[in-house]
Design a protein around this ligand. Sequence first.
Ligand SMILES: [Zn+2]
Length: 573
Amino acid sequence: MKRRLAVLLIVVLFVPLADAQRRTAEVPSKRPRLVLLIVVDQFRYDYLERFGDLFGPNGFRRLIRDGASWTQANYDHVPTYTAPGHGTMMTGAYPAESGIVGNEWIDRPSGKRITSVSDDSVKLLGGDPNEPAASPRRLMSSTVGDELRLFTNDRAKVIGISVKDRSSILPAGRHANAAYWFSTVSGTMVSSTYYFNALPPWVTAFNNTKPADKYFGAKWERLISEGEYLRRAGPDSPAWETVGSTSGDTNAFPHTITGGATAPGRTFYTALDYSPFSNDLLVSFAQQAIVNEQLGQDDDTDVLTVSFSANDYVGHRYGPYSQEAMDVTLRVDRQIATLLDFVQARVGLNNTLVTFTADHGVAPIPEHAATLGLGGARIQTPAVIAAIKNAISARYNAQGKSPDPTADYLLKYNYFGTVTEAFLNGNIYFNYDALKRDGVNLDEISQVVASAALSVPGVARSFTRAQLLKGATSITDPIERRVVHGFYPTRSGDVVIIAEPYKYLGDTITATHGSAYSYDTHVPMIIMGTGVTPGRYLEPSSPADIAPTLSAVLRITPPSSSTGRVLTEAIRK
Ligand SMILES: [Zn+2]
């Protein structure tokens, strides 16, 4: 009996010990050598479904087959713009923590309209030195790349690439080695003195080949037969496509990429942005970065972020249901395949943790949505401002004094020589000096303006600063929650206005995004690599979950303000 017990004890003691020893031997297992983030700017989740059967084998299809794909990933912040989206994916933070509340906002100390990455203290490298430069100084959170740099005593290399400055700078982070973007002034890949005093020689060599100029006069034709486009996207030039005569382009295929110019120059480089060819340029540059920076060549995990902007430019110009949006989607699938094939050859995809997502979706063109009975409309900025000013005047100048002392209650700023009232990203900003001068209570005038805004046809909701700061909102109301997640006190305005679905608030551009509705928030999210169980996941999720999940796979500290969840359903324990 005693002996049996002893044997049993030995067995009981030894089994877990052996198991533990085996586990110890497994740790540390190898980390991926490269974290590759692929972003397509303005890519709705449903593009994967609408065009899924037309993709090639090595692009999206490979990601869906070999990766974990979340079908219900939504941004949980508003406005759903490029900078807030790119500021979220590698930080795991909403704009409320990342501080990236818009592509642009009003900087109260200077009274200027600034961009998410504008920085007067740095100089541009690789382009026209008079062109404004950029840096990540306004990003308030660290990124996965920053944390990898800290973790490896700076041996990890972190590089961000895009056509747009904000889309290269924000995912890479504040302690990145470099971010590169495309200058439409010089037609070259540029960076800033934030990162180094001179461009690496390989970047200069790339620019010396005049990489953009070879696309001058290129014809953008449909990739496959016209019938497929007619069936899935309708006619090529519907009435709601309104390409301006100044763009040097038209509503119909084929599009000849010159910008209306006779030789490469500024207008052509801008036209290139609006064509799928700028994505090709980016793939070549990413390949050069992988080779010359030796990304993924050792056990210190490097990070490369590549954000394709052409899809956004094309989507803004033609809308999500256009033949052009369909074509640029089919083409980015091939471009991503080229990039993945290159990474496979150089680094090995089994050594790479690949993430694919988008920074936002896009709404149908309002005039299109109107013809479909979906309530599409444009709420004009002057209508909003007039309603607000009338309400302010009625409340604070009841005596009808002239000149009206309330005339300067809304903050004004100088924008390219035009003095404009500060209504940006659906945010109204007050002139605090004027309110102080007249003893006007900020909370009270905010309530006056919030209710006045509701009188404008098409406005659905409005929120005051005090309400948002006090948390006097319902976290179960998705619109309120998204407004709270998008509010950063020193950068956001004093009243936030939300339009009804399918209505644009103050936007004159053909098609756009920015709302809290599914067409703007619902994006693809795929993670592929060792440690991630392939499959289709229907759990509610958000691109804010990417950074904490990558950090868990990499076994590093999540970025400083990471508030997303680890996507445990797909992570091998
Ligand atoms: Zn964007």
